[in-house]
Design a protein around this ligand. Structure first.
Ligand SMILES: C[S@@+](CC[C@H](N)C(=O)[O-])C[C@H]1O[C@@H](n2cnc3c(N)ncnc32)[C@H](O)[C@@H]1O
Length: 218
């Protein structure tokens, strides 16, 4: 059984490194190849939790067409994609992950793929009164975040992804683009409504049935 798990991990690493070397060459193109995204999704698996193909591709396109630090809340397929696309760039990529076992798993995969520039941070969830969110670590960044991939904490946590704006708002640039997944769900639509009560925001629902959104400050 242990041998089977090791072989499965080795196959996963091999497939992911293949995707990584293809994506390394993709950063000078305006759009990510659909095949590379498909390959990444197959290699990573984790169906039910991982981002869908269309959202993954959108995230990839936004990464290659942006500059500056990137923040991700909730790690997985998107972490690997962004890590692969930024591997040759001098760009901060910070990821918050609350689940220790999942954090260790991601850490192992990133290490095996040589994606050592990713600042994957174990940030346990804490109570903020009406909601729970990550414990924000002290970040020593020269510039505020320009891109946020907001996929966590999971919807089962009180407040879900809401904490991003109240907790990290001051560390987001005024030109920051927030990509919020799962906006076909009532909970994520409610998060956008609550954010709009605090700050002037523009948002654009995209993908099949508006399943993800771009959120920007006015
Ligand atoms: C929606 S997932 C993150 C998705 C991520 N951006 C991706 O593309 O894969 C949000 C959280 O679910 C948890 N998670 C991911 N996969 C899991 C699994 N297979 N079992 C339990 N929790 C999982 C992790 O803690 C993660 O931060």
């Amino acid at each position: 059984m242990i041998r089977f798990k090791q072989q499965r991990l080795a196959l996963k690493i091999w497939l992911l490194s293949l995707v990584g070397s293809r994506l390394k060459a993709a950063t000078d193109r305006p759009a990510i190849d659909r095949f590379d995204i498909f390959l990444l999704a197959i290699a990573w698996g984790n169906i039910g939790y991982a981002a869908g193909i269309s959202y993954l591709r959108h995230v990839g396109d936004r990464v290659v067409n942006s500059k500056g630090p990137i923040l991700e809340c909730g790690s997985g397929a998107t972490t690997l994609l962004i890590a692969m696309l930024t591997q040759n760039q001098k760009r901060d990529f910070v990821v918050f992950e609350h689940n220790l076992a999942w954090y260790r798993h991601l850490q192992l995969i990133l290490k095996r793929l040589g994606l050592n520039h990713v600042k994957l941070i174990h940030a346990p969830l804490i109570d903020y009164g009406d909601f729970r969110w990550y414990t924000p670590p002290a970040l020593d960044l020269k510039h505020p975040f320009e891109l946020v991939v907001c996929d966590g904490p999971p919807g089962s946590i009180p407040g879900g992804r809401y904490g991003l704006l109240p907790i990290m708002g001051k560390q987001l640039s005024t030109t920051c683009l927030i990509l919020l997944d799962d906006t076909h769900r009532k909970a994520e639509q409610h998060i956008i409504t609550s954010w709009r009560q605090q700050r002037c925001l523009r948002f654009n629902r995209m993908g099949y049935l508006g399943s993800y959104s771009e959120v920007e400050f006015c």
